[in-house]
Design a protein around this ligand. Structure first.
Ligand SMILES: NC(=O)c1ccc[n+]([C@@H]2O[C@H](COP(=O)([O-])OP(=O)(O)OC[C@H]3O[C@@H](n4cnc5c(N)ncnc54)[C@H](O)[C@@H]3O)[C@@H](O)[C@H]2O)c1
Length: 337
């Protein structure tokens, strides 16, 4: 039987629970400890899975568990401190997105990663979406020729209940803005494909929620590769998520990745590079007997981590790479004044 890697997790909220479900179902990982400030949340997870060691205090968990890696699933503002503490305690770290609240926090985390020689990875599971893999392949193979422009739309719905659910949401100091929460996966893909954002010119507003941060924004972008683009993001879509899309306009092709979560290809017209037939684009929900999640590629991400521990080639987003998203987001907000 394959040796399982030991993992501890902090933050058993919306996304933490999804990690736990995936890890529990995985043959590659063993959960050796979970931590949350809320005793009732810990108790319900411990009851559900029946074998967890639980901790109300993060530092205590770091002292007591014997783990290879710690997953950080707490709100954004804790990512820097908790990642650094775990790295300095001798663990690899998988940190939920966004990596941190700004570039300087990311730099600190990367510095500690280098000093400790532990791994620091950031969750950007949309990179494993099927349409994203085909598009990345076309870009890497030079099939698009000169890339001119990109248009990215994140037209999602988050109602007041969502913002009321957790006290960190909606606040400047603890959430930062919707680019960190809803749009960071999209910004990650744009910077991955087109380079750092070198210029931005944004306008943000709060139109439909009682929150400190914006619920809509639009920005022009210039990337280091010379590609120009636009990003529109909002949590004001009526009733439900409407669209998460990226359109690429280039010398040798036009591609629109669409659906609600970049889960389908709406348009693909690339010279000498047609899409294969019968691609399975269906975004399946993660269903386990103890938990049913919405569509997610966290399972693919954990497969990649498992490959790393087995000495196989792996595909994960490092802290250095994830910092580009924070740089871009900071620049966009600064340009909005
Ligand atoms: N990759 C994705 O697609 C994705 C999806 C959702 C959320 N996220 C990210 O995950 C993070 C958490 O989001 P969420 O929606 O699950 O939030 P949430 O509010 O539902 O859960 C956060 C949990 O952390 C716990 N917590 C807070 N402070 C703590 C501390 N000091 N010690 C231990 N536990 C503590 C809270 O009690 C809560 O249970 C955010 O940074 C968010 O951006 C990523």
């Amino acid at each position: 039987m394959m040796k399982k890697n030991k993992i501890a997790l902090v933050g058993c909220g919306n996304i933490g629970k999804r990690h736990l479900a995936i890890l529990d179902a995985s043959s590659s990982f063993e959960i050796v400890g979970i931590c949350d400030l809320k005793p009732d949340v810990l108790a319900s997870q411990a009851k559900l899975y029946n074998y967890f060691k639980t901790f109300l205090n993060y530092q205590e968990m770091l002292k007591k568990v014997n783990a290879d890696i710690v997953a950080i699933c707490t709100p954004h503002a804790l990512h820097r401190e908790m990642s650094i503490e775990a790295l300095q305690s001798g663990f690899d770290v998988l940190c939920e997105k966004p990596m941190a609240m700004n570039e300087s926090q990311c730099k600190e985390m990367n510095k500690v990663q280098k000093q400790t020689n532990q791994n620091l990875w950031v969750v950007h599971q949309n990179r494993y979406n099927v349409p994203i893999k085909y598009t990345k392949e076309a870009i890497d193979l030079g099939k698009l020729g000169n890339i001119f422009m990109v248009q990215c739309n994140v037209v999602w719905n988050r109602n007041n209940e969502y913002y009321d659910q957790s006290s960190w949401r909606g606040n400047k100091s603890t959430e930062g803005g919707a680019l960190y929460t809803q749009a960071s996966h999209f910004v990650d893909l744009l910077t991955w494909w087109f380079g750092n954002v070198s210029k931005a010119q944004a306008k943000v507003d709060t139109k439909n929620h009682s929150i400190e941060i914006e619920d809509c924004g639009i920005s022009n972008l210039t990337f280091s590769s010379g590609v120009i683009g636009s990003l529109l993001w909002t949590t004001n879509a009526y009733s439900k998520n409407y669209e998460g899309s990226i359109t690429i306009i280039s010398e040798k092709g036009t591609i629109k990745i669409g659906g609600r979560y970049l889960n389908q290809i709406d348009y693909w017209d690339v010279e000498d590079y047609p899409l294969p037939e019968n691609i399975d684009f269906s975004d399946k929900p993660n269903t386990y007997d103890k938990y049913k999640g919405s569509s997610s590629n966290h399972d693919k991400l954990y497969d990649e981590i498992s490959k790393y521990y087995r000495g196989q080639p792996f595909d994960l987003v490092s802290g250095e790479e994830a910092m580009k998203t924070s740089q871009a987001i900071e620049l966009i907000y600064k340009s909005a004044g």
